[in-house]
Structures are given as C-alpha cells and as structure tokens.
Design a protein around this ligand. Sequence first.
Ligand code: C2O
Ligand code: CU
Ligand code: CU
Length: 496
Amino acid sequence: MHRRTLLAACLAAPLFPLLSRAQTDHSAQPDHAAMGHAMPAAPAAGASPRPPAGAPLAAWPTLGAQASLHATPGVLDWGNGLHSPSWGYNQPALGPLFDWQAGQPVRIDFANALPEASNVHWHGLDVPASEDGHPRDAVLAGGQRRYQFTVPDRAGLFWYHPHPHGRTAFQVAMGLAGPIRVRRHDEPLPVDGIDEQVLMVTDQRLLADGQIAPHSDADWMDGREGDLLLVNGQYQPVLSVQAGQWLRLRLINACAARYLTLSLPGHAWVQIGTDGGYLATALPPARILQLVPGQRADVLVALDAAPGSRVVLQSLPYARGKMVSAEQSQPEALLTVQYRPQAAVKRPHLPARLAEIQPLPAPAIRREVVLSETMRMDGGTHQMAFLINQRSYDDMDRADFTGRVGQVEEWTVHNRSDMDHPFHLHGAAFQIRWRQATGQRRQPEPWLGWHDVVNLRPGESLALRFVQRQAGDRLFHCHILEHEDQGMMATLRVVG
Ligand code: C2O
Ligand code: CU
Ligand code: CU
C-alpha cells in the first residue's frame, strides 16, 4: 500500500502533529532500539557551523594492494577552531584511495579500533563472498582480519565502506568510506592532456559544537542528508585547472541519501563510464549528471572557459519523495574550478571506442523484486518498515532467492512506494534492459553499460540482467543507508 494512503488512514488526526514533533519528542520515535540503534535524543535540525572554504583540493593519500586499514576514532580539524570527533580509515575521516591493477592479488590487514563491530565491503568489486564484508562477517571491536582477493578484471571506480548489520548508516555518517580505482593494462585514454581527479562526495551535519549530529527520526525515514556538502572530505575546495585540457572527473556519490544533480555551468559532461567501468563509446554531451547514493560516473569535461576564470561545480535540487524533511530547494556548491592564467593548450583526441560490452544473453531465470514502505502501529509507536518482497532483512542467514553460478538472471524491480530508492546488488554488475515510469510505456535502455546501482522513481519498474560468477550469499538493497539498515535488504544465495 502506498505510504500516503496509509498515513492518511492510520494516522489521520495525529499525522502532522506527530511528524512535526518527531524531531524533538523522543516518545514519538520509531523503535529503533529494537534494531540495535542507539538513538540519542534527536536535536532540532539547525544549520551546521560552516567550516572555512576555499582550500586547494588535496591529493588523496594512496595505497596499493598490500596495505593495512585501521578503522579508528579520530578528530577532524576543519580549521578556524572547528573540530569533529569522527571515524575514519587510517585518518580522522574517509580513507585512502586504493590504486589497484586488474588481476593483482590484494591483501588488506584490517584492524577495528572502533567501539563497535565493523567490516569492509568492496562496493562494486566481485570479490569472493567471504571477503566482501557480509554483515555476518563483522569484526568485533578491537578485532582484526585479513581481506584477500584478486582484483577483478574490470577497470573502473569502486569504493569501500562498512556493512555491519543495522549500523552502516551510523558508521558512514561518522566518516567511514574511501575510493578504489582499478586500472587495466589497456586503458583506452591517452595520459597527456587529461587531468584526472577522483572526487568522492559526502555530506555532513554538525552540531554547534562541531560534533557530528546524530540521526533524527526524520533521517531514519528519509535518509540522512547533511547541509555541508564535502568533496574528498573538504568543504568547498578549489581545483585549479589548465585551460584547453580535458578534466576527467571520477565521481562517487558516497552520501547516505543525498541525490546529486551535478552541473558545471558553461561546461558539458561527456560520460565515458558508469559504476562498472567504461562505456563502449562516450555518451553525447549533457548539462546535467545525476548520481544517486552509491553510484559512480566517469566523465570528461572540455576546459574551454577563459584562462583565469572560475566556475562552481554544483548540485541542483532534486525532489525524491521525502516523507518528513523538506526537499532540496536550491543549488549547493561543491567545489570551485579555477582556471590558471596560462593560455589554453590543445587537448588530445579521444578514441571512438572505449570498451567492448556484449549484451548478456537471454536469462535462465527471471525474478520479481518489489520495494515497498509501510507504516504500522507497534506498541503505541508508529514504525516505518522498508521492505523487499514484503520482507525485512531480519535474518542474516535467510536466502530470499537461490541462484546458480554462471546463470544469467533477469530481475524486474518495482518501486511500489512514494519515495525514490537506489537499488544496489553485490557480487555482479548488471545491464539495464528497460525502464517503465509510472503510467508510461516501457523504454528500452538506450545504451549498454555496467551498473551496480540504479535509481527507481516512485511507481517505476525496470529490468536488469547479470551473472554471478562466484558462489556465496550476495546482498541486494536500497543504497539509502538508513533504509538498508531498517531492512530494505535481501539475500541472493548463489550456489555452485
Ligand atoms: Cu555500497 Cu551493500 O553496499
Ligand atoms: Cu555493495
Ligand atoms: Cu530506500
């Protein structure tokens, strides 16, 4: 049933009082304690203190395939006396960029210095299920483990983040996430004349004293958006560029719930890659680039503005059917692109073909996946439930589907709710076959690419195909982390 119908039916009179009270009144909040959330009293959502802006974009600390990764509490120093106790990998927040080669053996020694269980999920990489940060394989506080796998043969941009049961949203909000870049020996683009930057976008909300704001009740429904948009952990940094070159941005939306609608005024996006690597050919130039939580894009921008000029990379408002919080209403600045004064240089030609992508053949098995939300009365409190095929992820050992290694699957995913949900699958990249917006005809997907996250608008359905190459339990879930934590997640058990 649709949420607004339900809200109207079961909450009729108290609806608006309940929702407006929800930010401050503890008694009205859903019972997250039952799911293991420690729920501190939710503060009224005020504006975060602003960190100083305008520092040069810093280079990522970079690690290779043999490394140590320590999840650890730290203190973020924003400058101007603003400090935030936070969690990070090897640093106060976020983590190093892993730079790997396809086929390379990886050995990461993970130590968990956090006060609670955590693990590492290699988002988008089809590594063995035992190495992929399944919530069952959480590393207890103070514990350690080694992650070992071979880098899959897929050039692209991936990322890592914690995936413990019910605690992912909290841990990511505290700062845990980092990028992974995989290159192959046959990279299609020239090296000269292309300025490549990995940009991981996150958002944060701080209390007046700098502490990371705890989740509010509204956050648990809508997904948490912070009012500070950060690029590589920095607040409105400056990227200096050379006129005439290509700027290659490798973008990750690592926000828990914020949709990004990226615009660089006066410039166009030429998309050359998706979540799972290169497209066969570049897409036509576009003014807007949408990136939903979990998604990545590889884009080229022709730097054709005047030397010395500057332009602001921004995210335009997008309404995603939030239940409680206000929708985005104005553009948000992410980063300033500052052209150096030097005269424009010539940029290299791009190859016509970037990669070979074969459409996956007809499926051996078809399944239906339904995303839904319901609100129910539970012991006098209103509790939201976020479901997949009417079930909540409350059993880490349950198989919702059983599939076979090497078999082509076709899933039709339906969003039967009033909010957008970004659907994500572990263990394999998928190809989208068609999409059908509510009340519209089915549209075949116009181009072929590899994805591991795809957005579904309310009422939308779409079909995707994939093949799992290794046995094990693979999760699929909404990548709004609060929805994932509250049960909008399920298991595909792949058997040999
Ligand atoms: Cu990035 Cu299961 O997620
Ligand atoms: Cu993932
Ligand atoms: Cu969702």
